[in-house]
Design a protein around this ligand. Structure first.
Ligand code: NDP
Length: 251
């Protein structure tokens, strides 16, 4: 039912963490993968891991905060595969920490560039290709539950909240072209980024995750396959919370 044979997927930040989890699921379902990241060694290692699963995987160096690099990496991706069926704008991070009054405009901008404008640039160029090709497509952003709860300091929460606004706008703009646009809002999942958060946050996540189990990278596999597949055709403009119940349990 979820066979992605012949499907071409792009995962930004696909060389580690949640992105590699999603890429792994897509590879298991038969998709071909393009991975974007800045660290060439990690890009190479991720492609080797995806190839071991049996997927055709290729990586391109790209800093998603730089729109010219996004455009160049998309051109390379399309030159390699000739098409793109799903685009996972996943790359992101904590950004610059500190209270608003302590942050410079440049610090604030960096976080917005990393978590929000990167999604704008990536979706823009992916949507152009998908609309021109005329076969529809799937745009999926990795947002965060931080976009619907408040987290102190930095611009992480606002940068993720903005992603939900973007997917609603684009879902309307692109619906006629058969392109769906959604965001996944994961709760705490242990990765390089989340290990950098205060221990008290992890403890709170463990306590409020009603299943008692913090998410793992494997938990990203199935949702990626579903959202890439034809079976998610009617799902668009949504911010899908996937947090083991954290946000519905305030204790
Ligand atoms: P990791 O630090 O494990 O991985 C981050 C990935 O993004 C790496 O592949 C990294 O590759 C890439 N990346 C970072 N900055 C850039 C950049 N400027 N240009 C291109 N690629 C970049 O983080 P996670 O897997 O935890 O985070 C992935 C996404 O998931 C983020 O958007 C994050 O906000 C979100 N998220 C994470 C949660 C968690 O608990 N871990 C919870 C909710 C959301 P490289 O360094 O090679 O560029």
């Amino acid at each position: 039912m979820f066979d992605l044979d012949g499907h071409v997927a792009l995962v930004t930040g696909g060389n580690a963490g949640l992105g590699l989890g999603m890429a792994t699921g897509l590879a298991k379902a038969g998709a071909k993968l393009a991975i974007w990241g800045r660290n060439l060694e990690r890009n190479k290692a991720a492609c080797a891991r995806l190839s071991d699963i049996g997927a055709e995987a290729v990586s391109f160096a790209c800093d998603v905060t730089l729109p010219e690099q996004v455009d160049a990496a998309m051109a390379q991706t399309l030159e390699h595969f000739g098409r793109l069926d799903s685009c996972f704008a996943n790359a992101g991070g904590s950004g610059i920490r500190g209270s608003l009054s302590s942050l410079s405009t440049a610090d604030w901008q960096k976080t917005m560039d990393l978590n929000f404008h990167s999604v704008v640039s990536t979706f823009r160029v992916a949507a152009r290709h998908m609309a021109e090709r005329g076969e529809g497509g799937r745009l999926i952003a990795t947002s965060s539950i931080a976009g619907i709860i408040g987290l102190p300091g930095g611009g992480y929460s606002p940068s993720k909240a903005a992603v939900s606004g973007l997917v609603r706008q684009l879902a309307i703009e692109l619906g006629g072209a058969g392109i769906t646009v959604n965001a996944i809002l994961p709760g705490y999942i242990e990765t390089e980024m989340s290990l950098d958060t205060p221990p008290v946050f992890r403890q709170s996540c463990e306590r409020r995750t009603v299943s008692g189990k913090i998410g793992t990278l494997e938990d990203m596999e199935g949702i990626a396959v579903f959202l890439a597949s034809q079976h998610s055709r009617l799902l668009t403009g949504e911010s899908i919370v996937m947090d083991g119940g954290f946000t519905i349990f305030p204790m």
